[in-house]
Design a protein around this ligand. Sequence first.
Ligand code: HEC
Length: 232
Amino acid sequence: MTAKIFAIAAMVSVGFAASAHATDTDVQGELRASFFTQLAAADGKCFVDRIRDEWEAAGKPKVKGWHEDVSDAEAEAAYQCIKAKAATAFEKSAEEGAASYQSWKRYNTGAYVSGTHGGRFVNNFANETGAAYGRFEEFGSMPVGSILAKDSFGVNKRGEVKLGPLFTMVKKEAGFNEKSRDWQYVLILPNGKTMGATGGENGKKVEFCIACHEAVNELDQMFFLPDEYRVR
Ligand code: HEC
């Protein structure tokens, strides 16, 4: 079931870099090895040193887009560096959960690529009301007030870690929107502004969230996450 959904998601996504993660098994070990210490630059920028070094060694060519070969350990270290910036950025947003999601339980063991959310690395959080998310496909029901939050970042070809949008799903009262199973889908930009919130500000701009998530109506429109990254 899950495998099928991810196959579909991979097909519809642009630039899904599934292979980028196949190599790492000992994430913790590699993390201990030193990535954490390499990352926090004095100017507040975050880098994956290996990629920056390779780019510099190549004579700093003009490059565009995301680097496609980032290991699990590098991605997780990148997240640990960028997450303070994410907290500061999304604190400015009045959208539900934006200011507090980092204090919630995180349901993935490490940042992973999501082809369906801009080909970036993502994380999954749920508030206490939404704790049933942690039972994954056996969730039972998601009560009103449940909030799911997914932050995101990319690593560009110069090795710099860039903050991406925050994606949230907020369970509203029955009758809010039949099509979305009463979830409100929200996209908050890295500058703290809302790009769109279904049933609210610029709702039309984010209707596409429902169009994809309704593929899993039988799971209350939740896709969950790849097996190998689930917190058990
Ligand atoms: C093309 C399909 C697609 C689109 C469009 C899409 N999503 Fe998702 N979404 C997924 C998939 C697949 C997952 C689970 C795996 C992952 O993280 O990539 C997911 C997971 C999520 C989660 C975590 C909860 C869950 O379902 O497990 C949130 C929150 C979320 N998406 C919000 C959004 C918002 C907000 C938008 C629109 C701005 C959006 N999504 C657009 C496919 C999509």
